[in-house]
Design a protein around this ligand. Sequence first.
Ligand code: SF4
Length: 99
Amino acid sequence: MSDLKPITVSVERYLSLNKYEVDEGSPHIELTDEPSAAEFLKLVRVCPAALYKTDAVGARSFDYAGCLECGTCRMACGDTIIESWGFPAPTMGVEYRYG
Ligand code: SF4
């Protein structure tokens, strides 16, 4: 019998602690003009910040503003629908905070 007790972790709560300096004029991640639905769905599934979204009618959206700079999307689709991926300019992007 395990002594481990179940715990509940709120990813949203931890992400909300971070601070972001968004470089509005210079996105550090850009997608191709007509990203394939199958490739985009990969990003919906793997982005830990849930920045790639599809709505009820299938419209797709992406907002780099909450990016964690983890590089997962680059690994998943860097040779398909990620047109460019780089880190934000110095002093921009995510500042991790732990509560
Ligand atoms: S780098 Fe990570 S957090 Fe940022 S968009 Fe890609 S998968 Fe999401």
